[in-house]
Design a protein around this ligand. Structure first.
Ligand code: SAM
Length: 361
């Protein structure tokens, strides 16, 4: 594939040009707290804690914010793709990708026998044939990086590039055609979809290299079910998947299965439910996606981390209700505060809702 893009010319330009006192990664992720993290911090900064667990870390924006404020941060997410984001942003204190390393990631290794899993499996599903071939090459180049931090940085850039080129930034439907349809759009950005993977990848490499920071602490990322986490943390931040009043919940494995496949490239084929049109994974039994179990799981988690300050994010219009979460929190905590951030609008949602922050000390 001929390179349309001059790495050397473009590499020096800073992607996030504006000076920000606290850096916040750009993010296209369901339920990301990027727009709320300042307000969350305002409400917890005086609590006197040195370590924090971001138990459902997602994009890592909350853990990363705490890292920048000198806390020792433990990040966790049950998705391996997210775990790599935690490694890149939180566990990694000083490793960056050099121009030479990026060039190698973008170049076909003549000595390597590449597989074409994505091109074969996802034809006409999410990306064009040419894009699928590019993904097959780059992901196998990333896989062969030996240093976990470099690998995590490269995955970060790859995931972000994959997300910006997707209508709705998700993988819940086979809808490649939307990118090319001659219709008046109320969503998305055709210029972004049409920009090459390579250009997006470079932009996000610049972004993640810029975001790498050392707070002098030994921070750590985990890839565990939340109940498998062991350790003592002064504060635990709990931001689980949201379940609506109708009982519909955000199934992260379903929305982001393609990214999860990228980090499981060798065994991806065995994870896919071939009967599905969009080639998603087999469903798991995550209790956080079960309207009948979620309240009990909240309570179990409060009990598990009863010795820590508990900080919970949830929406005002879900199962369980804020009143139920609050009363369960009071079983373990003497002092409970509830803060409501009104008129919050989530991606893909037409209505506004309130985001609620609960703090139990
Ligand atoms: C609401 S999002 C968290 C958003 C995050 N605070 C942010 O700002 O990006 C919930 C996260 O929980 C993760 N998750 C779902 N079930 C989990 C489980 N059983 N254990 C750990 N993490 C889980 C999902 O992968 C998802 O990233």
């Amino acid at each position: 594939m001929a390179r349309k893009y001059d790495i050397k010319k473009q590499f020096v330009l800073p992607f996030l040009e504006q000076f920000q006192e606290v850096r916040i990664p750009t993010t296209r992720y369901q339920g990301s707290k990027a727009k709320l993290v300042d307000r969350i911090w305002e409400n917890i900064k005086d609590l006197g804690f040195a370590s924090a667990l971001d138990a459902f870390g997602g994009t890592g924006v909350v853990g990363y914010y705490l890292k920048q404020h000198g806390k020792r941060v433990f990040y966790n997410d049950y998705l391996k793709s997210n775990y790599y984001i935690g490694v890149a942003l939180i566990e990694n204190n000083n490793i960056r990708l050099s121009e030479h390393e990026v060039e190698r990631l973008l170049t076909k290794d003549p000595k390597y026998d590449y597989r074409s899993f994505i091109a074969k499996t996802f034809k006409d599903v999410y990306y064009t044939d040419e894009e699928n071939q590019w993904l097959d090459m780059v992901v196998q180049n990333i896989e062969r990086l030996k240093n976990i931090y470099k690998k995590a940085l490269a995955y970060y850039a790859l995931f972000q590039a994959c997300l910006v080129k997707r209508p709705f930034n998700l993988f819940h439907r086979k809808n490649l055609h939307l990118r090319f349809a001659e219709v008046k759009r109320t969503f998305g950005n055709k210029a972004t979809w049409d920009k090459s993977f390579e250009e997006h990848f470079m932009d996000f490499i610049r972004e993640i290299n810029y975001l790498v920071c050392d707070n002098g602490k030994e921070n750590k990322a985990y890839n565990l079910d939340v109940f498998e986490i062991n350790g003592d943390f002064d504060l635990v931040y709990i931001d689980p998947p949201y379940t609506s009043l109708k009982g519909i919940s955000v199934d992260y494995k379903n929305f982001y299965h393609f990214l999860e496949g990228l980090v499981n490239y060798e065994k991806w084929g065995s994870m896919i439910d071939r009967r599905t049109i969009n080639k998603r994974f087999y469903r798991d039994n995550n209790p956080w996606n079960n309207k009948l179990k979620i309240r009990m799981k909240f309570r179990d988690l409060f009990e598990k981390f009863r010795d820590s300050i508990l900080v919970i994010s949830y929406r005002s219009d879900g199962i369980p209700s804020i009143q139920q979460i609050e009363s369960d929190l009071r079983l373990f905590k003497k002092r409970v505060r509830v803060h409501k951030f009104d008129n919050y609008k989530y991606v893909l949602s037409n209505s506004t809702t309130s985001e609620v922050l609960m703090i139990g000390e």
